[in-house]
Design a binder for this molecule. Structure first.
Ligand SMILES: NC(=O)c1ncn([C@@H]2O[C@H](COP(=O)(O)O)[C@@H](O)[C@H]2O)c1NC=O
Length: 508
């Protein structure tokens, strides 16, 4: 039952032929009879190796433009027969079916065609039928058959066949079957998600092919894995592996910086901005972002949307930080950063990110659309006697972008395109405002003339009163409280401007 099996016949049907040559050469050298489909058969022939067309086995040509070529009892009987079952053996002898003990398949590139923006017809034609059936059949019969469903496994099989004189063990075949079902289920998940767009079925199906085991999770006693392709998103120019907490902050940093078009630098701690400034030069943006809260900036995650030059790098170099992300760096800047081994320097690639968010919750998963909208001056309605000045409107917009990416309850104070202070993750809006004002003062800023944004409406006029008393001159809030009029009346009474946006930006 679990004897090593020597490969005598192989069926090879691969979309991409790269990497196959050394393996087929070894199989031919070990006397394995090769059966193959059109393009693969030609590839093997071009290597001057003997190969039998699958049509010669089935007695049928490939029909319907290749939709049916291997789907035949002579092929599937050859794969699925149980070598240890007398009944199966009698039948395959009766119908002259050869035993196929190795199947190599590389599926039609469905996901690639989808990503490349293929037409609906092209995408449908890239749903592999014969190949996926071959994979499932061979994987089911792993007891007797080797299934190679990923070209990543060509070198492993090659080494095993060389070392084991053309034989494989049951354990090796079972491992290949596991990989094969991973390939087939990933493939079908992608197809399902393509179909599940209109009137979607309420099921959670995600399949991520790449993973990275992290040093640990949020704390050293917790394990952690990242499922995704970091190498597609970033080029790591220096430093250690990103940790779980780094990844959470990097995600927040990327989402925040994408709100800004002018040269901007942001410093984040525990997903919240503790410094951010838009300025004419990257160096000035860095200096002003750092000035906001140089204490919190220690050990932070830094991000900018413009190239980091040497001059700016020299300034940044004075701070201990965890991660720096930029679209590009002057070579001298990288050289400077590389002197300290642990600091992670990432160059960001342009990669489209998912518009959905998931997290586990209770005994399930919760999904939502990402918060991808932001209200600019055109979406702000002045609700007070006094209207904001042009600079205040600009600052309210700036503050609104930060509020959206800061833990609720949030109050953000901005002046002249720089974050002055914020109150983050507080259980009351009053606490958030007091925290912001105290923090601004503690770092030597005046809150006089600041613009203030709140992630959600004011249920009472208390925040407006505290803000106006502190010298804040313009306020942005979504509006929508049954007591909105009280806050507006308080703002009018204290002579400050207020706008509403109609959009709440909670971040829990
Ligand atoms: N229809 C079939 O019977 C069938 N059998 C194998 N294939 C696929 O045909 C491709 C290889 O074709 P060729 O050897 O002709 O280049 C592989 O991606 C394989 O998964 C098939 N095509 C798709 O369903």
């Amino acid at each position: 039952m679990s004897q090593p099996i020597k490969i005598k016949n192989a069926l090879i049907s691969v979309y991409y032929k790269d990497g196959l040559e050394p393996l087929v050469k070894l199989l031919a050298a070990q006397g394995v009879q090769l059966f193959s489909t059109g393009g693969t058969e030609q590839f093997i022939k071009d290597l001057d190796l003997p190969v039998t067309a699958v049509e010669d086995l089935t007695g049928y040509p490939s029909i319907l433009g290749g939709r049916v070529k291997t789907l035949h009892p002579k092929v599937f009987g050859g794969i699925l027969n149980r070598r240890g079952l007398a009944g199966d053996q009698e039948q395959i002898a009766e119908y002259e079916i050869p035993e196929i003990d190795l199947v190599i398949v590389d599926l039609y590139p469905f996901e690639e065609t989808l990503k490349a923006g293929g037409t609906a017809e092209e995408i449908i034609e890239k749903i592999d039928i014969g190949g996926i059936s071959l994979i499932r059949a061979a994987a089911k019969n792993f007891n007797d058959v080797v299934i190679i469903a990923s070209k990543n496994d060509y070198p492993t099989l090659l080494a095993q066949l060389e070392e084991q004189n053309g034989e494989t063990t049951l354990a090796q075949r079972k491992t290949y079957a596991k990989i094969a079902f991973h390939t087939s289920s990933h493939y079908d998940t992608a197809i399902f998600n393509y179909f599940n767009t209109e009137e979607p079925l309420d099921v959670f199906k995600q399949s991520v092919n790449t993973a990275k085991t992290l040093r640990y999770g949020e704390n050293p006693h917790q394990g952690g894995i990242f499922y995704g392709d970091l190498d597609a998103m970033f080029i790591k120019l220096n430093g250690k592996e990103l940790s779980y907490n780094n990844l959470v902050d990097v995600d927040a940093a990327v989402a925040l910086i994408d709100e800004f078009e002018d040269p901007t630098f942001a410093i984040l701690k525990h997903t919240n901005a503790c410094g951010i400034a838009s300025r004419a030069t990257v160096k000035q943006a860095w200096l002003d972002a750092l000035a906001c809260d140089p204490v919190s900036a220690f050990g932070g995650v830094l991000i900018t949307n413009v190239e980091v030059d040497l001059e700016t790098a020299q300034e940044i170099n004075n701070l201990f930080f965890e991660v720096l992300i930029a679209p590009s760096y002057q070579p001298e800047a990288i050289e400077l950063f590389s002197k300290k081994k642990n600091r992670v320097i990432l160059q960001r690639n342009e990669v489209a990110l998912s518009k959905k968010q998931f997290k586990t919750l209770l005994n399930g998963v919760i999904e939502q659309d990402k918060d991808l909208i932001i209200e600019g001056p055109d979406q702000m309605t002045t609700v007070t006697d006094k209207a904001p000045t042009e600079q205040e409107l600009k600052d309210l917009y700036f503050a609104n972008k930060i509020v959206k990416h800061t833990k609720s309850n949030t109050i953000v104070l901005v002046k002249d395109d720089v974050l002055i202070a914020s109150g983050v993750g507080q259980t009351s809006r009053v606490d958030a405002l007091r925290q912001a004002i105290d923090k601004a003062i503690s770092f030597g800023f005046s809150v006089k003339g600041c613009s203030m944004a709140s992630d959600a409406f004011f249920p009472f006029p208390d925040c407006v009163e505290i803000a106006a008393e502190a010298g804040i001159t313009a306020v942005l809030q979504p509006g929508g409280s049954i007591k909105d009029a009280d806050s507006v009346a308080k703002a009018n009474e204290m002579g400050i401007a207020m706008v509403t946006t109609g959009v709440r930006h909670f971040k829990h």
